[in-house]
Design a protein around this ligand. Structure first.
Ligand SMILES: [Fe+2]
Length: 325
């Protein structure tokens, strides 16, 4: 179990991540059970936006033993299998699947589809202040043992980083992720370091602030043309550029890697946790067999808008960093 487990929601604001025991009991957690559900929902949003982790054990939505056993029985031999399998809800499609597993694709897709729907329903009920502001992004099945998993430096999961999607820019919207440890025997082990509100100024001093986008007619026309032609990076705002460089710096800079403060967390079998991974610097050290669902939450829906990475960076820069709608 995690080494630090505050039971109350009023945890200190110290630039570190805390674990919020949002649903711990012998029974399934129901987000709508308490009579003060709306107050509780706002508190959960606040804790997430401050850079804390909401933790649930057991997993608060249906995931049958039969589905879990099917996933754990998948073979691990193909080199291509050493990838995460991703599920794209909008297209009801899997990517990253080895050819040899094509026969099992239908079953795997159905399991990921159901997980994705269950996670979306749970988030919708739990975080009601975000109503109509949450977009379901990709889900993934992470079947590979993370300990000593080979990867190029920027793709390594075991080095603390904040998330940024180079091919799916958010333009200041937030990356909220739900994780479930399916492994019946093994904890999933994470590290967290300082939260983005503490890191931003220091890292900006190292890698430079985003450049101000040209505001003249020519600059706007060029940007519009690039978007119309779907040129790579055309939709990336100065915010997205900075977050991507920040992600790379945190993994590549040896001094940062070694000197950043680190907290270790152990998420036990049959637990689920959710976190803003653009705010919480995180790494996964150990664990095999996890599910994950990503949500993009509108920055306009934040209950603590000043805590958003976009607001923190714009305050430092002194000018807007998003693209016009
Ligand atoms: Fe990450």
């Amino acid at each position: 179990m995690p080494s630090e487990m505050p039971a109350r929601l009023d945890v200190p604001q110290d630039g570190h991540t805390h674990l919020i025991l949002a649903g711990i009991s012998g029974e399934k957690f129901s987000p709508s059970a308490p009579s003060n559900a709306s107050v509780r929902a706002r508190e959960f949003c606040e804790q997430l936006e401050r850079g804390n982790i909401l933790f649930f054990a057991p997993t608060p939505f249906a995931f049958s033993r039969e589905k879990r056993e099917f996933l754990l029985s998948q073979k691990q031999t193909s080199a291509a299998y050493h990838k995460n399998v991703a599920y794209r809800p909008a297209e009801d499609r899997l990517t990253g699947l080895a050819k040899s597993d094509a026969a099992e694709e239908g079953r795997l897709r159905a399991i990921l589809r159901e997980y994705s729907q269950e996670a979306a329903q749970f988030v919708g009920e739990l975080l009601s202040p975000y109503k109509n502001a949450v977009r379901r992004d990709f889900a993934s099945y992470r079947s590979v043992e993370e300990r000593e998993r080979p990867a190029r430096l920027r793709a390594r999961n075991d080095l603390p980083h904040v998330d940024a999607f180079p091919t799916r820019p958010t333009n200041g919207d937030r990356i909220l992720r739900v994780f479930t440890n399916l492994n019946p025997n093994q904890n999933r082990v994470w590290l967290t370091s300082e939260t983005f509100d503490v890191l931003a100024r220091r890292i900006a001093g190292q890698i430079g602030l985003p450049a101000r986008r040209g505001n003249g007619f020519a600059a706007k026309s060029l940007a519009a043309m690039a978007r119309a032609l779907h040129l790579p990076g055309a939709n990336r705002s100065p915010y997205d550029d900075f977050m991507h460089r920040c992600h790379n710096f945190m993994k590549e800079d040896e001094t940062f890697r070694e000197s950043c403060p680190k907290q270790r967390w152990e998420f036990p079998p049959d637990s689920t946790w959710m976190v803003y991974t653009d705010m919480v610097s995180h790494a996964v050290l150990e664990g095999q067999f996890a599910m994950e669902q990503t949500f993009i939450v509108s920055r306009q829906a934040m209950v603590l808008p000043e805590k958003s990475p976009i607001a923190i960076l714009e305050k430092i820069a002194g000018f807007p960093l998003t693209n016009p709608a």
